[in-house]
Write a protein that binds this ligand. Structure first.
Ligand code: MTE
Ligand code: MO
Length: 358
C-alpha cells in the first residue's frame, strides 16, 4: 500500500471515483457505532438521485396481493431500530498475495450503524407469500451497462436474492441510519439490511421486491459475489451469503512506530454471525504465542464487539508482527491460511500487522 499517494474524500480513502468507493481508515475506529460520515461506501453504478415523493416500492411475484407502497406509507408502519455490522465481502482484499482483481480494500470496508426501518416480514405478510415461494429478490434503482464479457448485454440493475425464511426472520427495510435520514450514498430513501450476511445482500435504493419459487441466478448472485464450493472432486459456484468470523486490529496501524519498553493499547473489533464473539486473542510475535484481549461493552447480535489489549512492548527495538484471532460461541475461529476457492472474497484468514518498536 502506497500511503503517500492515497486520496481522501471526507476523511475516507478513495478506492474508486466512478463508481464511488470509499473506505474508512480503520485506525479511526473509536466507538461501537461508526459515525455515518466515516462509514465506507460501496457502489457499482452512479448513485441514483431519487425524489422521495415520487418513490414507490413494488412487492410482486409469487404473492396473492401484489402492491406498491410509497415513502410516507412506509414510515407509518411499525419500525424497529437495531445495530448491524455491514462488511463488504471484499474487505481486506489488498492483503491478498498475489494481488487479485477488484476494489483494493484494506481493513475499512466494514462499519456498524444503528438502522431504523420496517421489518420486511410486514410487507411480505401484507402481500401474502404463496406457499411454493422460496426466495425474495431485492432490486435497486441503480443500474447500467457493464464491460465484463460475462455480464448480460444491455442494462441491468443491482439485485440479489435471499431465502424467504431469512427475509421473514430479521431483514429490515431501513430508512434511517444512526438516527438520521439515509444519505444518498447509503441508499436513500430505503435500503435493505440483511443482518449477518455480507453487505452485497443489503440492497440500497430499493425499488422492487420480487417473491419467486425459482432460484435467482442474476449477475450479482452467480457470476459476481460467488465463490467455488467443492462437490466431491468438482468445483461449483456458490453465492456469497453469511459473514465469516474475523478480528481486526485498528491500532497500532500497519507500519506504525511504537515506543520500546512501553505500555501500548492495541485495540480493534471482532464479529461473527449467528453466535457471539467469545474470545479475541492477540499475538505480538507473529503467531508464536497468544494472549487474551478484553472484550468491551456488551455482545449484540449481528454487530461487532470492540476489544483491547495492553501490550508491554519489548526493550529491544525491531519489527514486531501483531495478529488478532477471534473465536465465537459456536467454536468457530479464523483459518490460518487463505483458501484459494474463495477467489477475491470472504477474506478472514489471520492477517499480520507489522509495527516498528523503537
Ligand atoms: N442497489 C445497490 N445496493 C448495494 C450495492 C450497490 O452497488 N447497489 N452495493 C452493495 C455492496 S457490495 C455493499 S458492500 C454495500 C455497501 O453499503 P454502504 O455503501 O452503505 O456501506 O451495499 C450493497 N448494496
Ligand atoms: Mo461489497
Amino acid at each position: 500500500m502506497d500511503e503517500d499517494s492515497q486520496k481522501f474524500i471526507g476523511g475516507k480513502i478513495v478506492r474508486g471515483e466512478s463508481p464511488l468507493n470509499l473506505e474508512m481508515p480503520f485506525e479511526k475506529l473509536e466507538s461501537f457505532i461508526t459515525p455515518t460520515e466515516s462509514f465506507y461506501v460501496r457502489t457499482h453504478f452512479p448513485i441514483p438521485s431519487i425524489d422521495r415523493d415520487a418513490w414507490w416500492l413494488h412487492v410482486e411475484g409469487d404473492v396473492e396481493n401484489p402492491f406498491a407502497i410509497n415513502y410516507e406509507q412506509l414510515l407509518e408502519l411499525g419500525s424497529v431500530t437495531i445495530p448491524v455490522t455491514l462488511e463488504c465481502a471484499g474487505n481486506n482484499r489488498n492483503f491478498l498475495e498475489p494481488k487479485v482483481k477488484g476494489v483494493q480494500w484494506g481493513l475499512g470496508a466494514v462499519g456498524t450503524a444503528e438502522w431504523s426501518g420496517v421489518p420486511l416480514a410486514i410487507l411480505l405478510d401484507r402481500a401474502g407469500v404463496e406457499a411454493n415461494a422460496s426466495e425474495v429478490i431485492l432490486e435497486g434503482t441503480d443500474g447500467g451497462m457493464l464491460e465484463d464479457p460475462k455480464s448480460p448485454p444491455g442494462q441491468l440493475h443491482f439485485a440479489r436474492s435471499i431465502p424467504v425464511e431469512k427475509a421473514r426472520a430479521d431483514v429490515l427495510l431501513a430508512y434511517k441510519m444512526n438516527g438520521s435520514e439515509l444519505p444518498p450514498e447509503h441508499g436513500f430513501p430505503v435500503r435493505a439490511i440483511v443482518p449477518g450476511w455480507y453487505a452485497m445482500a443489503s440492497i440500497k435504493w430499493l425499488q422492487r421486491i420480487i417473491v419467486t419459487d425459482q432460484p435467482f441466478s442474476g449477475y450479482y448472485q452467480t457470476i459476481d459475489y460467488a465463490y467455488w464450493k467443492r462437490r466431491g472432486d468438482m468445483a461449483e459456484l456458490a453465492s456469497l451469503t453469511e459473514m465469516q468470523i474475523k478480528a481486526q486490529i485498528a491500532k497500532p496501524a500497519q507500519g506504525e512506530t511504537v515506543p520500546a519498553n512501553f505500555s501500548v493499547r492495541v485495540h480493534g473489533a471482532a464479529w461473527t454471525r449467528d453466535g457471539e464473539i467469545r474470545k479475541v486473542e492477540l499475538s505480538t510475535d507473529g503467531g508464536s504465542t497468544w494472549s487474551e484481549a478484553n472484550l468491551l461493552g456488551e455482545s449484540k447480535p449481528n454487530a461487532w464487539r470492540l476489544w483491547e489489549f495492553n501490550w508491554q512492548t519489548p526493550r529491544t527495538p525491531g519489527k514486531q508482527t501483531l495478529i488478532a484471532r477471534a473465536t465465537d460461541s459456536l467454536g468457530r475461529t479464523q483459518p490460518v491460511l487463505r483458501d484459494a476457492d474463495r477467489g477475491t472474497y470472504m477474506i478472514n484468514h489471520l492477517l499480520p500487522i507489522d509495527v516498528d518498536v523503537r
